[in-house]
Design a protein around this ligand. Structure first.
Ligand code: NAP
Length: 284
């Protein structure tokens, strides 16, 4: 079994991004800015937002966090998003999800144009992803997974890939990215029958469910590659969706949790912010 070391790959990509940002600053006087909008004070969201700000600072991206009260009106948060959309200093905009229930997240996300949508959730970027358009800003977690597979030289063309989970932020974009790399892709979800029969056929399995140890060793073909996006906090400990201890005995490559997919997500956000900024510079 080979361990896919997300911390290592993430730190190498972050170093490259930092170098490119420093270069763009020297050559063109370009500064890069990410605006994060958060409503309410969900503790998990607070941690994510702090981690994003810290990661931005480390690579030289200016980050701005707009904190709004939990009961902010849809009209007010819309006004702020529109203001940031038209601010030429802002390269990327991210709305921290989940939002308080009274807000219509889809309507708010739709206000962010594809070129500033560094989360890759907008209709424009999703359409580009499904068409295989290379200038899409891609959803960060699945994009990070592709970077991991590429780093380790894992061949994808012609392979059978099974994605467990069909969310708009992980499962579906993951399936399209694997399809774009010429895999034959099956997407599984909570209504899938005989999950094991399907996963057993896979050369590559991506878990994006959010259930501790839903993928067990008997569900994995010898030599398959297992990528685990799951984050499950149980009794103060973090587990993945795969039963790492036993699945690692049959997999050829596997991501640990933590330290696998996790570090790649914010890294790809930095990558998208750099990409959005450098494109803006080219088209200005
Ligand atoms: P989600 O929106 O809750 O989606 C979970 C998916 O799993 C759904 O499509 C659901 O099917 C499917 N599912 C549930 N039970 C299942 C079962 N028994 N068999 C097969 N499929 C089942 O979650 P998400 O946002 O995609 O996140 C998935 C996991 O990845 C979570 O643990 C999350 O914390 C983690 N995550 C990690 C990162 C990272 O940076 N590492 C980023 C994002 C998410 P239905 O559609 O039928 O309900």
């Amino acid at each position: 079994m080979n361990l896919i070391d997300g911390k290592l790959v993430a730190s190498e990509i972050r170093k490259e991004i930092a170098e490119k940002i420093a270069d763009a600053k020297t050559r063109y006087g370009k500064s890069f800015r990410l605006t994060v909008i958060i409503a309410g004070n969900d503790p998990a969201s607070e941690i994510y937002v702090r981690n994003k700000a810290k990661a931005c600072e480390e690579v030289g991206i200016e980050s701005e966090t707009v904190r709004l009260p939990k009961d902010v009106a849809q009209t007010e948060i819309s006004r702020i998003i529109k203001e940031k959309v038209s601010d030429p200093r802002v390269d990327g905009i991210l709305i921290q999800l989940p939002l308080p229930e009274h807000l219509d997240a889809d309507k708010l996300l739709a206000l962010i144009p594809a070129e500033k949508d560094v989360d890759g959730f907008s209709d424009g970027n999703v359409a580009k992803l499904t068409r295989g358009d290379s200038d899409a800003l891609l959803s960060c977690t699945p994009h990070g997974i592709i970077k991991l597979l590429d780093y380790y030289g894992i061949p994808l063309a012609g392979k059978r890939a099974v994605v467990i989970g069909r969310s708009n932020i992980v499962g579906k974009p993951m399936a399209f990215l694997l399809l774009g790399r010429d895999c034959t892709v099956t997407i599984c979800h909570s209504k899938t029958k005989d999950l094991k029969e399907i996963t057993k056929t896979a050369d590559v399995i991506v878990c994006a469910v959010g259930k501790k140890h839903i993928l067990t060793a008997d569900m994995v073909k010898d030599g398959a590659v297992v990528v685990d996006a799951g984050i499950n906090r149980v009794d103060g400990k973090i587990y993945g969706d795969a039963d790492f201890e036993n699945v690692s005995k049959v997999a050829s490559y596997i991501t640990p949790v933590p330290g696998g997919v996790g570090p790649m997500t914010i890294t790809m956000l930095l990558y998208n912010t750099y990409t959005a900024g450098i494109r803006k510079l080219k088209y200005e």
